[in-house]
Design a protein around this ligand. Structure first.
Ligand SMILES: [Zn+2]
Length: 262
């Protein structure tokens, strides 16, 4: 639905109904393995890739933007770790800026992943999946359900720019400034498997658990897959006999509740 009027949420391929959350912009047609995005007052198709879940299966899939892009980093100035006061390091005088050294411009083609769902951890998640995507296996068919895709392509490109800049910030040496451009050549949606575990989503290709309270729609997304944050989410982790593990299950809204297992 748009502010201009109604958009009929039907697949342009098979005519089947499209399901999602109220704020979603991206809708999966499981019959055609196509993702439809709301663009203005119509739906336009996007290619869909689906990663294989691990041997234990998965709770569902989360949408990520998969941007094949040309990235360019220019005017990259850094301050060497050992550099002290500018007056002590005259050899680093570059373009009149004391203590800074400029790296040559870099241009490369790469595949960048950014979450298409709302999360506070968009950059960390995107960085990790961008690094590990080469290790994922890809399925020949798409998932039967996907929800929470509410990040537009324009916002995904902005997120990808921040991701590339953030990657530079984490390089050795102290980054002073850099200009980053990301020119997408091709965009599609990747359906990435996740499993609901204690406290959050375990996403394929991402080592740390994504806490429920860092996802805007965790509760609604889980609901699409017949799960609830309020019901205990059973972890596969075994706790050694005699030990008590005490931790907090974050809630999507309100405070947390203590869960004790032994
Ligand atoms: Zn269809």
């Amino acid at each position: 639905m748009s502010s201009e009027g109604m958009i009929l949420l039907r697949c342009g391929g098979c005519g089947g109904g499209l399901e999602g959350l109220p704020g979603d912009l991206l809708f999966l047609c499981p019959r055609c393995s196509v993702c439809w995005q709301i663009a203005g007052t119509s739906l336009t198709p996007l290619a869909l890739e689906s990663a294989e879940p691990g041997p234990g299966g998965c709770t569902g899939h989360l949408p990520f933007w998969m941007l094949e892009a040309e990235t360019e980093i220019t005017k990259r100035f850094s301050r060497p770790r050992e550099s002290g006061f500018p007056a002590d390091t005259p050899e680093f005088l570059v373009e009149g800026r004391p203590g800074l050294i400029e790296a040559p411009p870099r241009r490369s083609g790469e595949m960048l992943f950014v979450p298409a769902f709302l999360t506070e951890r968009a950059i960390d998640l995107g960085l990790e999946l961008t690094r590990s995507a080469g290790d994922l296996g890809w399925a020949s068919t798409g998932p039967s359900m996907m929800a929470g895709g509410c990040v537009s392509l324009d916002d995904a490109i902005e997120l990808a720019r921040i991701l590339v800049l953030s990657r530079e910030v984490r390089q050795p040496g102290s980054l002073a400034c850099a200009e980053v451009s990301v020119a997408p050549l091709h965009s599609r949606i990747a359906a990435i498997p996740f499993t609901a575990v204690d406290g959050g989503f375990s996403v394929a290709g991402v080592k740390s658990v994504v806490p429920y309270n860092s996802l805007a729609d965790a509760r609604a997304i889980l609901g699409c897959f017949g799960r609830s944050v309020d019901q205990p989410v059973i972890s596969d982790r075994t706790v050694p006999e005699g030990r008590i593990e005490h931790h907090t299950v974050p809630r999507a809204q309100g405070g947390g509740s203590d869960v004790r297992s032994q």
